[in-house]
Design a protein around this ligand. Sequence first.
Ligand code: KG4
Ligand code: ZN
Length: 360
Amino acid sequence: MRILGIESSCDETAAAVVEDGTRLLSSVVASQLDTHGRYGGVVPELASREHLRAIVPVVREAMERSSSDWSDLAAVAATSGPGLVGSLLVGLTYAKALSFVRGLPLVGVNHIEGHIYAVVLEAAQRGEPIPFPAIALVVSGGHTHLFEVDKEFHYRLLGKTRDDAAGEAFDKVGKLLGFGYPGGPVIDQLAPHGDPSAVRFTLAHMKGNPLDFSFSGLKTAVLRWVKAHDMGAEIDRRRALLRTTSRPTVEQWLEVTPRATLDLMASFQHTVIDELLRRAAMVADSTTARALIVSGGVSCNAGLRAAARTAGLPYPAYFPAPGLSTDNAAMIATAAFPKLARGETADFTLRAQANLTLAE
Ligand code: KG4
Ligand code: ZN
């Protein structure tokens, strides 16, 4: 059963064809980084416009690369939330149109559940199914959630961020230091050049649910550090580099980034990783989970992947391949497969929901 997946919740227009929820036949992602990069973050109006431009060619390319005809498809699936409503509407409306014109069932998918299914697809491709129940840590630009997932894919929310998402913290710190948007990949690449124990951040004690996250205090601590150290000139040099080179190399960044700043970045990243994995380890005492699933854009982070292997976690950690970690439509087509099998199809009243939740 082939499913065409469509994803447009934020700043990537993506389409993919997945067979039986296990075989990736094609995955096309049109990134809007060049559009939003210069604004230091995603501009919703521009995102919608770019989705409109990209959606038809991206879907066509996904169909062609998978050598699929419309008659080969069992359904069309699209992200219905959470995300930017104007962005979601483009993918969802196009999916509805395809569903109507091609006579295909329509399946709505929660973007966060999609991120979890990225790991399921990756494991299936490797022929190494994930043992359940599992703990799922979804860490991206918009979300930082910890769930318990049973083998029927029922979700229980264990904790979530009370303020910034982990990826948002990476992006804000990257922007503050003059590295442009998104900050996550740059900080990841430069962190190994600094000392992660150089700057000690004291984090506020969380009242209430100890499995909740908070990253805004850390961001403020970095801001305070920047203000206390005279960094104006180096930040200007990095901003100037970004004006002349849209994607500077690590070597170019290193030329305009002193050791103290590399130490700050390494320490910031180390603190985020520590906060994430500490929660994932804390759950162990109160769960029968046999695996840790880590997904979402921040799961690309090399430091996080390395730490998850060496942190002595009580369960093995499963990450998607980097191409399936950030937003993509393969995860949407994969998540749609069991829904289609259960007959959970949607009609044309399916709405785009900016604040759709997966579990309360
Ligand atoms: O999953 P995603 O593509 O979109 C959302 O659903 O939000 O995640 C994008 C986020 C951005 O905040 C970006 O900075 C972060 O993922 N990110 C990373 C890395 N690659 C992307 N954060 C840390 N290290 C990375 N290597
Ligand atoms: Zn995402």
